[in-house]
Design a protein. Sequence first.
Lengths: 177, 100
Amino acid sequence: MEVKQAILERRSVRRFQERIVKRELLHEMLTAGIWAPSAGNIQPWVFVCVTDPARIHNIQVVSPGMLGNPQALICICSDQHRAFEKAGRGGRILSMFDCAMAAQNILLRAHDLGLATCVIRSFNQAAIRALLGAPEHIQPELLVTIGYPVKKPAKPARREDVIFFERFGNDEEGKKA
Amino acid sequence: MNKENLYGKLFELIGYMLTSARGLIDEPQLYGPFRLMDGVSRLCGYLTEESTEYGDFFDHLKNTIDEKKFVLMTDEEAFVHLLDETVLLYTGKVKELSGS
């Protein structure tokens, strides 16, 4: 699949088929995640992949934004020790950007593999850390739910008036938009 | 659903409400109504399985919410319309029960 096609066709999906996602496909997605860019090549991320239905269920109970019936999920965490050690106080926010870029890689690779995903931030970070058995310096940043879609959501509208050239407010011909 | 299962479901709903309450402090304003609606849908789902005179109503209300709740992401007005629609649905049941 062309990158452009993956970018334009990917959707956030919340209803999944009751169909197992093979481990090898999850590995493909995780590999895409670790190849994301990061500030100073710090690679501050940690990925926890969960496929056990009982564990997914427990995570869902403390994640109000996690809807539907995902068959697997990846919790993208930042390692705050590593982020701080390499980037100082700025490491906190930089590591969040880095995790977001890793998430996008995962979403696009998933789409390429015929899978559907949804990124979630509406969860309780302390509760997720406890459920994953992660230490204090591992900060859950995003959940990516994964499965085969029941149906493809409609194409949502996109804001077109947010692109400028050369100067803020200018269209492509250099005129005030 | 037996009593133990119902308590289990209600226990999960408590988790949803607690984490929603904490999360909503830092989340978009419209997520508040969404979480309440989603909570109603979950509650209706648990109660639909109980054989009561409200069963059909709970089922209908849950389906109405679940069919349309995600319009929040693309059409804010349609979501507000859904809120109005469910309030009227509920009010209709209140009238029916009171015989007025």
